[in-house]
Design a protein around this ligand. Sequence first.
Ligand code: PGA
Length: 252
Amino acid sequence: MANRRPIIAGNWKMYKTSQEARDFALSIQEKVEDVTDLDMVVCAPFTALHILKEELEESIIHIGAQNMYHEEAGAYTGEISPMMLLDMACTYVIIGHSERREHMKENDEIIAKKVKMALDKGLVPILCVGENLSMREGGKAIGFVRGQVEKNLMDLTPTELRKVVVAYEPIWAIGTGKTASSQDAQEICAGIRTTIAGISGTVAQEIRILYGGSVKSSNIAEIMAQPDIDGALVGGASLDPQGFAELIHNAR
Ligand code: PGA
């Protein structure tokens, strides 16, 4: 079994002004300064990234974005390129979050391009996958999620694939207070690892797979105890520095 370094990543979604982002950054640092055994990431709105660069670039907390475009530069009004994220000291970027798949109609083809472009430019993509409630109730969750992983990662070389982080986020568990049972989450995450082994056998044990969907400081320990879950992508519970720091400590 490979020794995978855990990750706790916060996803602020469309929350926090630049002042709120600065307050968070100033507050969280001392609360987690002794955390050396896992990677901490804060994925902020584009407009707050320059603040996080100022406050966190020299810290042990990594900076992430929540989306990017799949071109380096060009006539793409309103879009943000991977080069711009690098300029803001980002090292991670969330790709294919279910909210983007649903509201912005991002499809598997676009998401695969984004993952590839992020890797090309040296960003770590956190690829989100997950089923909706009707798929879950119809017993189709595992097949659907494995299909997403295949479509989104199939064209990567083993060297590229090794760097990807996958986040399993059942849509019905996001922001609802309903968490997948740790056994169900483990089953899907194990299925994701098997799918990756099918793309490139050698790297499957190295890839970090996160769970996301109503993760809190009270349930993180049980989630982390699962053999194929290497961390969490945290929405609502990542907004308050005190609560997020507590969650990080409980994950260890
Ligand atoms: P939640 O969101 O923790 O608020 O459920 C998770 C996510 O959407 O990444």
